[in-house]
Each structure stands twice: as structure tokens, then as C-alpha cells.
Ligand binder design. Structure first.
Ligand code: COA
Length: 335
């Protein structure tokens, strides 16, 4: 316990921001065109409503708003950044990258910008790569964004999946000094689980065609029950390994922030680790699963509610398509 939080930081979050679009889709709205009910959705997922990106807008529009909020929070100008990473499974277009579209909106030409695909673990992957970039000295200020518009690739005829997803974006300005130190970071993947969460058409394997569109193959399909089990297992294992590296019991994390996929998944993670209810973040009822945006939105909202207390240790863990997972231990500092 002597080493609790004493680990040197890899990098630090200097500013955090998130964006949720105004338009909301309630469970009652969904029950009008798919065979489901508010009761079923609330009981099985904890979700009551989710945000939906505005007509005519896309992932980069949400990413831009989250990025501006994070830059404001950090007191950093876009032109002071030296790397932009956008984690998304729903880029505005396959080509060019949403990172480049965001860079143009931020009016900082010349700064390297790219996308990163790790499904719902995307923000954690981005933070990990930002940590590598900052700690190696190759970059000084990295903008990491997790942004997704899953409602754009949702199959609204599939009652199992269409109830889960919402849109949003979260962003962090990452450097060597900030209010949230990243003291431990780990990422992993198992491509053997690729078919568990996937969009089959629209890529080079099965280019979009009349047939693929008619068969809804450009929408997200998932093996719900299997994903549920794997999500719990991998998030629990990732937190246990992180606790080991930091030298504490997993129950000693002051705040545990799992990917907000389903309240029952988060509950199961907390239960398996023996985390006290007050230390577990379940913040899904008004957002649904926002994929790569879920973790930064949950951290941002926990902070607004006064749940980030200086000196405390937070663990954030993501899990998603790939399958892929990411886990970071964060130490809260005075601002
Ligand atoms: N409304 C009413 N009934 C529904 C329903 C809905 N929206 N969706 C499924 N059902 C039915 C099923 O058809 C099934 O009926 P049956 O027993 O007659 O076959 C029954 O409810 C139970 O289905 P099951 O799949 O076992 O439910 P579940 O408790 O596992 O919940 C998910 C389904 C999808 C909500 C849950 O598995 C889940 O959240 N998985 C993780 C998915 C995810 O987050 N993926 C994103 C990447 S992290």
C-alpha cells in the first residue's frame, strides 16, 4: 500500500470536454417501431434515452465541440497541439480521416491527425498512444478524441441492438502536466473475437451494393449474450492487472469507470471485483452506449458531479469491437 499512487505519471490530462447532441430518442420512441418496451430496456440495460446526432451533422461535428471544450478547459490553443488522434468506428467518410476533418475545423494545418479504430475501447487506445508519444518526447500536446455516431449504423429492425446505442464525443488534451495523471496504461486485443461485434459491408471485403444495403449489412451486428460475457471478463481482468501493477487491491480504487455498455455489465464488473456501489460509475440511463465516447463522457460527468477528488485513484476500462480492451489508472491532482 506504500506505493499507492506513487507511480510516476506517463502523461497527464490537462483538459477534458464532451458533447452530447440535443436530440433524444426515448425507449418509448423505439417501442413505436420495434417490438420492445420501456420496462424491458430499463431492466435489461439501465437505458432510458440516448442522444442522436442532428440531421446533416456527423462524427467530426461532435468531435469538434468536445475538442473545443477540452482545449478551453486546458487553456490551450489548437495551434499549440502537435498531434490529433480521433478514435471512432463511425468516421464521417471512409476517406479522408475524421482526424483531418477535425484538424481543418480547428484551423491548425500542419499538425499530424489520424483516426484510430478500437471500437468502444478507442479512447483508451488513444490515451495509451498519447502517453507513448508524450513520454518518449516525440510529442508535447496531443488531442485525444473518442467520438461516435452509432445511431447512423444501427439496424432499427434489430430490437436486441437498436436499444443500446447513442451518439456523442469526448476529448482530452494530453501532455506532461495536467489535473489527471495517467500513472498506468495497458491495451490489448483478441482478433479471434472479430465476428462478435461487426459491420459486414462497406469495406474492401464486401463493398456496398444494392444487395448489401437491402440486407442491412452496413449496420452494426452483435452477439449480445457473448459480448456481455466477454465484456465483463476482459474488463475485470484488465482492472485486476492494473491494480497489481499499481500495487493495490482492486477494491481500493476510489472510482471505477467501466465502458458504459449496459448497466448490468457495469454492475457485474463491480460485483466481481467487490467494488463498493459508491465507487462504481454507472452513467448510462440518458446516454446509452456511446462507443469510443463513453469513457471520456463518463469521466467528464463524474468530474461535474464532484466525483474526482484530488489524491484519489480512478481506473477507467474500455471494451469493444476487435475485440479490444484498454485500461488506465488515473491520479487526480489539484488544479
Ligand atoms: N425488447 C424485448 N425483448 C427483447 C429485446 C428487446 N429490445 N431484445 C431481446 N429481447 C428478447 C430476446 O429475443 C430473448 O427472447 P427469447 O428468450 O424469447 O429468445 C430475451 O429477450 C432474452 O434475450 P437475451 O439476448 O438473453 O437478453 P440479454 O439479457 O442478454 O440482453 C443485450 C440483451 C443485447 C441487451 C445484452 O446481451 C447486452 O447488453 N449485450 C452487450 C452488447 C453491447 O453492449 N455491445 C456493444 C459493444 S460493448
Amino acid at each position: 500500500m506504500g506505493s499507492r499512487g506513487a507511480k510516476k505519471s506517463i502523461c497527464s490530462i490537462a483538459g477534458l470536454g464532451y458533447f452530447l447532441p440535443e436530440d433524444m430518442v426515448t425507449n418509448q420512441d423505439l417501442a413505436m417501431f420495434v417490438d420492445t418496451s420501456d420496462e424491458w430496456i430499463v431492466e435489461r440495460t439501465g437505458i432510458r434515452a440516448r442522444h442522436r446526432v442532428a440531421v446533416g451533422e456527423a462524427t467530426s461535428d461532435m468531435a469538434y465541440r468536445a475538442a473545443v471544450a477540452a482545449l478551453d478547459d486546458a487553456g490551450v490553443r489548437a495551434c499549440d497541439l502537435d498531434l490529433i488522434l480521433v478514435a471512432t468506428a463511425t468516421p464521417d467518410t471512409p476517406v479522408p480521416s475524421t482526424g483531418c476533418l477535425l484538424q481543418a475545423r480547428l484551423e491548425c494545418p500542419g499538425i499530424p491527425a489520424m483516426d484510430l479504430g478500437a471500437g468502444c475501447a478507442g479512447f483508451g487506445y488513444g490515451l495509451h498512444m498519447a502517453g507513448a508519444a508524450v513520454s518518449s518526447g516525440m510529442h508535447r500536446k496531443v488531442l485525444v478524441v473518442g467520438a461516435d455516431a452509432l445511431t447512423r449504423i444501427t439496424n432499427y429492425r434489430d430490437r436486441q441492438s437498436c436499444i443500446l446505442f447513442g451518439d456523442g464525443a469526448g476529448a482530452a488534451v494530453v501532455g506532461s502536466e495536467g489535473f489527471l495523471d495517467v500513472i498506468d496504461s495497458d491495451i490489448g486485443a483478441d482478433g479471434r473475437g472479430a465476428s462478435m461485434i461487426r459491420v459486414q459491408a462497406g469495406g474492401s471485403r464486401l463493398p456496398a451494393s444494392m444487395d448489401s444495403v437491402a440486407a442491412s449489412l452496413h449496420t452494426l451486428e452483435l452477439k449480445g449474450r457473448e459480448v456481455f460475457k466477454q465484456a465483463v471478463r476482459h474488463m475485470v481482468d484488465a482492472i485486476r492487472r492494473a491494480a497489481d501493477r499499481v500495487g493495490i487491491d482492486p477494491r481500493s480504487f476510489n472510482l471505477v469507470i467501466p465502458h458504459q455498455a449496459n448497466a448490468r455489465i457495469v454492475d457485474a464488473v463491480g460485483e466481481m471485483l467487490g467494488v463498493a456501489e459508491k465507487n462504481l460509475v454507472i452513467d448510462i440511463d440518458q446516454t446509452g452506449n456511446t462507443a469510443a465516447a463513453s469513457i471520456p463522457i463518463a469521466i467528464g460527468r463524474a468530474r461535474e458531479r464532484g466525483r474526482l477528488v484530488p489524491g484519489q485513484l480512478v481506473v477507467a476500462v474500455g471494451f469493444g469491437a476487435g475485440i479490444a480492451w484498454a485500461c488506465q489508472v488515473l491520479r487526480v491532482r489539484e488544479r
